[in-house]
Design a protein around this ligand. Structure first.
Ligand code: SF4
Length: 325
C-alpha cells in the first residue's frame, strides 16, 4: 500500500469511528448504566434510566448522536516511533473529524477564541486537541478519542496545594468541585482525579484517568483506596441520574498520578457525563485495527480486509441496538 493509500484508508476508518462513537456508547459505559439502574430503588431514578436507554435506542434507530452536544474532539495518541503514518497523523485525524462532522452530522462546537466565530467544521486553532506520547521502538499506534462536552467539562479544575496539605486536601478539593459543579455535568459522572507536581501535570493525569475502562483500579493500593473513598463520598451526595436524586452519582472514580516535587502536590479533577464518549483503537503498521471500546463497530476495508473503501466510509451498525438487547 502506498503512503497516499494508507493515509486515505486510515482517514476513512477514523471518520467512520468518530461518527460511530458519537452515536453509540462504549460497551463498558452501557453495561455500567445497566448495573446502576438495577441497583436503583428510587422510582424517579429508575424512570430516568429508562429514558436514557430509550434515548440510546433512538440514537441508533434514527442514526443520530446520543447527545445534542457532540463535544469538542480530543485525541490522545500513543504512537510508536516507527509507525509509518506518524508524520501524517494530525492532519489525517483533523480531516477525519471534518468528514465525520459533515456526515454524522456533529454539532459545530469550535469557536475561535477572541474572534468568537464558529468555524463550522469542528476544527480550528489548536482544534482538535492532540496529546502525544512517542513510544520508541514500536511500529504501531494507539489512539484514544474523547468528545469533551460543555456541561461535563464545567466541573474541571486544577490547583497546587499548599506545602503541608496532604491527601485529605485532595479529597476536600474533589468534593468541593463535585458539590458545587457536579450537578451541571449530567450524572452519573465519570470522575478523573490527577495528582502530580504542577497544574498541567495534574490536569493531564486527570484526563488520562478518564480514559481508563470503567471498573479498573489504580495499581497502587493507596491510590485505589482513594478511588473507592471518593466514589463512596460522591455517591453520598445522592445526585442520581441527571441529578434527580438516587443511589449513585458516578459511573466510577479513577485516580492517576505521577511523582511530584516534595513541597508541592498539584491536583486536578476532570469530569465526564453519562454519555462518556471515549474511544480506544490500536493500529499495527499495516493499519489492521482493534477497537476495545465499541464491539459493535465494524469498518469494511480496515478490519480483516486489505481493500481501500475510504470513498464509502459508512460505519456499519452490525448489531441492532449495539448488540445489547
Ligand atoms: S454533560 Fe454530557 S449528556 Fe449532558 S449535555 Fe453535555 S455532553 Fe450531553
Amino acid at each position: 500500500m502506498s503512503n497516499n493509500e494508507a493515509v486515505k484508508k486510515m482517514t476513512g476508518m477514523m471518520a467512520a469511528f468518530i461518527e460511530y462513537a458519537a452515536k453509540h456508547l462504549p460497551d463498558d459505559v452501557y453495561a455500567r448504566l445497566r448495573e446502576l439502574q438495577a441497583e436503583e430503588d428510587n422510582p424517579l431514578a429508575r424512570e430516568i434510566y429508562d429514558l436514557m436507554f430509550r434515548n440510546l435506542d433512538l440514537a441508533v434507530e434514527l442514526d443520530r448522536p446520543t447527545c445534542q452536544d457532540t463535544g469538542f474532539m480530543q485525541f490522545w495518541i500513543k504512537c510508536g516511533s516507527g509507525f509509518p503514518l506518524i508524520a501524517e497523523l494530525e492532519e489525517l485525524l483533523t480531516e477525519a473529524l471534518r468528514r465525520a462532522t459533515a456526515k454524522a452530522p456533529l454539532r459545530f462546537n469550535v469557536v475561535e477564541t477572541f474572534d468568537e466565530e464558529n468555524t463550522g467544521t469542528n476544527t480550528g486553532t489548536g482544534a482538535p486537541t492532540f496529546w502525544w506520547d512517542i513510544i520508541p521502538g514500536w511500529d504501531g499506534c494507539e489512539i484514544y478519542t474523547y468528545n469533551a462536552g460543555g456541561g461535563c467539562s464545567l466541573p474541571g479544575h486544577a490547583m497546587v496545594l499548599m506545602p503541608g496539605q496532604g491527601y485529605e486536601a485532595v479529597v476536600e478539593f474533589v468534593m468541593e468541585r463535585m458539590t458545587s459543579y457536579g450537578l451541571n455535568a449530567c450524572p452519573p459522572l465519570y470522575v478523573g482525579v490527577g495528582i502530580g507536581t504542577s497544574v498541567e501535570t495534574a490536569a493531564l493525569n486527570a484526563k488520562h484517568a478518564l480514559m481508563r475502562p470503567i471498573g479498573t483500579h489504580n495499581e497502587n493500593e493507596k491510590a485505589a483506596l482513594l478511588e473507592k473513598l471518593l466514589e463512596d463520598g460522591i455517591n453520598e451526595i445522592g445526585f442520581g441520574p441527571q441529578g434527580m436524586g438516587g443511589k449513585h452519582s458516578v459511573l466510577g472514580v479513577n485516580v492517576e498520578n505521577t511523582a511530584r516535587h516534595p513541597a508541592c502536590m498539584g491536583v486536578a479533577v476532570a469530569v465526564s457525563c453519562w454519555v462518556h464518549r471515549r474511544g480506544h483503537l490500536v493500529f499495527d503498521r499495516d493499519l489492521n485495527c482493534e477497537v476495545s471500546t465499541h464491539s459493535g463497530f465494524a469498518y469494511e476495508g480496515v478490519i480483516g480486509n486489505s481493500g481501500d473503501s475510504s470513498d464509502a466510509p459508512a460505519c456499519t451498525d452490525n448489531s441492532k441496538k449495539g448488540g445489547r438487547e
